[in-house]
Design a protein around this ligand. Structure first.
Ligand code: PMP
Length: 360
């Protein structure tokens, strides 16, 4: 069996330990005589699985008691609609536009209300995070929305906007659990699981209790009300049970590695291997303002489309998978989520050095 180095932006590499554990438990989970895929979501065994997953996540992120943790479906994209449906009382929200996923949330929000784009980095192909000082927060904004880590462009927020008391909502799909966060600064944090948490099909929503109400936009389906899921502990309908089980295992894996402080250190060391090389290379260049560089998604280019294509092809042949940049931006991108070992990045840099020598 040969596992390759998978630099996919998502679904992405998972910890090998987790996959092995799941394999061991596949036919008979804890003496139930069945796999987690086959058991009732109302069973005692599954109650324990979801309960443990929530508890471990709460411990890892120090989630206060006045926040609910929900395991939902519909992808992170469904949150682009659920957020306005549940939070828009004045039918207005302030958004910061930092890339494709931020734009999709803006477009979806516009179906329900007035979206004010209070800052944007579109002028320079989203290669930086806009200045967060002196933002004009709208008086009637129901919330302020950011995409905390921009998967496609490789930027991340190192500071948060001053929201003048408005609820801050953050899409953390591509950097949740990569470093500690102060949950109390947010009203909602959400993340699709398929990057740092587990398999596709699960979305984790961490939401402050006062935002969970029946006062939602007219026509909001039952399934799209946070209250439905909060009242039923994410078991209103059949949840993505197997996915939640794997998420729980990933949470425990992060805990075994020392939690989010340790994860941050590990991610900084890992990203530095790649960024340091990009900064010294005469062929490859990072595309992002240094101060805003993501620890998770690292885009880079050679400056020649032909060489980019050659690199992607040769890297694949050498066992480095999914290094092609997003179809909308081209170039290359290495996604180096929590589960990517540092050796993977070191090997990639060795390969890039060799490619540079051969293509001077
Ligand atoms: N937000 C971000 C930051 C993402 O990277 C992605 C997916 N790559 C999404 C939202 C959309 O996620 P999903 O496919 O789960 O709807």
């Amino acid at each position: 069996m040969a596992r390759i180095y998978n630099f996919s932006a998502g679904p992405a590499v998972l910890p090998e330990e987790v996959l092995k554990e799941a394999a061991e438990e596949m036919l008979d989970f804890r003496n139930t005589g069945m796999s987690v895929m086959e058991m009732s979501h109302r069973s005692k065994a599954f109650e324990e699985i979801i309960g443990e997953a929530e508890k471990t996540l709460r411990d890892l992120m120090h989630i206060p008691d006045n926040y609910k943790v929900l395991f939902l479906q519909g992808g992170a994209s469904q949150q682009f609609a659920m957020i306005p449906m549940n939070l828009m009382k004045n039918r207005a929200a302030d958004h910061i536009n930092t890339g494709q996923w931020a734009k999709k949330a803006i477009a979806e929000g516009k179906i329900y209300g007035r979206i004010n784009v209070i800052a944007s980095s579109e002028d320079k192909t989203f290669s930086y995070i806009p200045d967060l000082k002196n933002l004009k927060i709208s008086d009637d904004a129901d919330y302020v929305y950011i995409c905390h880590n921009n998967t496609i462009y490789g930027t991340k927020f190192n500071d948060l906007p001053e929201t003048c008391g408005k609820t801050l909502v953050a899409d953390m799909s591509s950097d949740i659990l990569s470093e500690p966060v102060d949950v109390t600064k947010y009203g909602i944090i959400f993340a699709g699981a398929q990057k740092n948490i587990g398999p596709a099909g699960v979305v984790v929503v961490i939401i402050r209790e006062d935002l969970i109400t029946d006062d939602v936009l007219p026509g909001t389906p039952t399934m799209l009300k946070y209250k439905t899921h909060a009242d039923n502990k994410s078991l209103y309908n059949t949840p993505p049970a197997y996915g939640i089980y794997i998420c729980g295992k990933v949470f425990q894996w992060v805990q075994r590695l020392g939690g989010l402080e340790a994860m941050k250190k590990r991610n900084e060391e890992k990203a530095a291997v790649l960024y340091d090389y990009l900064d010294s290379s005469k062929l490859f260049k990072g595309t992002v303002a240094k101060k805003d560089r993501s620890l998770m998604n690292v885009p880079f280019v050679t400056g020649s489309e032909e060489l980019d294509a050659k690199f992607v092809k040769e890297s694949k042949a050498a066992g480095f998978e999914n290094l092609k940049g997003h179809r909308t931006v081209g170039g290359m991108r290495a996604s180096i989520y929590n589960a990517m070992p540092i050796e993977g990045v070191q090997r990639l840099v060795d390969f890039m050095k060799k490619f540079e020598e051969e293509n001077q």
